[in-house]
Ligand binder design. Sequence first.
Ligand code: SME
Length: 163
Amino acid sequence: MAEDLNIVSGSKEEKYISITAQIKALIDGEPDLTANLANIAAALKEQFGWFWVGFYLLKENASTDNFELVLGPFQGPVACTRIAKGRGVCGTSWATEKTIIVADVEKFPGHIACSSASKSEIVVPLFYNGSVVGVLDVDSEMLDQFDATDKAYLEAIVALIQH
Ligand code: SME
């Protein structure tokens, strides 16, 4: 497909329906995980204008033999590079294997503030063969920006990645 996005206005659901179809077309037939995650982050950022949207992927730390989340493709300001299991919203999503919505990051114990501008957040785990292999993290500069609609559509979008 052409690499131009059609950005729509309207309800949050209308935006997700439009961008999900375009993400499907963008990644269809492309086996490279990095390329697909990069385009998903860019498409979501362009449609929604969020402060930060991107991926952290599980990788083994050679010096500790532990797996940790390492920064992957993203759109937005520079961010923390490594997050341990159970730490912050991302590490908690990995540990619990669940999507986490945080209406006010200052009220989330252990929240990792990569930027003080971030006020609310949603983190969605990525699964492969039943195990968490990474997370999608979306941050907003406004409080209380994420709800069950974001959870449903973002979970469906990350499920498109079959690597
Ligand atoms: N706030 C996240 C860390 C990642 S950055 O916000 C991009 C957390 O608490 O896990």
